[in-house]
Design a protein around this ligand. Structure first.
Ligand code: ADP
Length: 184
């Protein structure tokens, strides 16, 4: 099973990804988590990513694509994965297609839908380093301008599964599992 989880900052991708990856027994790959880990350890990749990540900008595509390519070459994800936070640009989406093994395809793209006022409420109480109001606004704007159009790209391919990301965490997980099982 090869899944993407897609949605604005604060949509609950990370929370749902943990339950969903366990349920389908696939590895959860979060590009945000990988960047934060590198930043914490002050690796060359972390040093390259830090100023973008902390100001809410996207890390340049070449850097992000190379990181994901390396992760997807590892054996635990040969047959499946749940990718969280990637792709976020059209160039990342085409790079991902080239990274998949010959003949392999995505099975679904979970599109988490949450109203903007709810996102602002969640992000402003989360307290992460990049959750300052100005940075949050920048991330939401970049999401809207650059990432959101990718939803149409996946919808046209028949892969998009719309999920209403408001309500109880368990109810949202169940909605996702039903949507994925309904496709397969
Ligand atoms: P968010 O809460 O904005 O969804 P993430 O935890 O997914 O945050 O990512 C945190 C930061 O890591 C982003 O603001 C960005 O700087 C960087 N990042 C994560 N994924 C990508 C990506 N696919 N392309 C570029 N930058 C990324």
């Amino acid at each position: 099973m090869r899944l993407l989880i897609f949605g604005p900052p604060g949509a609950g991708k990370g929370t749902q990804a943990q339950f969903i990856s366990k349920y389908f027994d696939i590895s959860h790959i979060s590009t945000g988590d990988i960047f934060r880990e590198h930043i914490r350890n002050e690796t060359p990749l972390g040093i390259a990513a830090k100023r973008y990540s902390e100001s809410g900008e996207l890390v340049p595509d070449e850097v992000t694509n190379a990181m994901v390519r390396e992760r997807l070459s590892q054996p635990d994800v040969a047959d499946g994965f749940l990718l969280d936070g990637y792709p976020r640009t059209p160039s990342q989406a085409s790079a991902l297609e080239e990274m998949l093994p010959e003949g392999a395809q995505l099975d679904g793209v979970l599109n988490m839908i949450v109203p903007e006022e709810e996102l602002l409420k969640r992000l402003s109480t989360r307290g992460r380093q990049d959750d300052e109001l100005e940075t949050i606004r920048r991330r939401l704007r970049i999401y809207h301008d650059t990432t959101e159009p990718l939803a149409d790209y996946y919808r046209d391919k028949g892969l998009l599964l719309d999920i209403r990301g408001v309500g109880g965490i368990d109810d949202i997980t169940k909605q996702i599992i039903d949507a994925v099982n309904g496709r397969s």
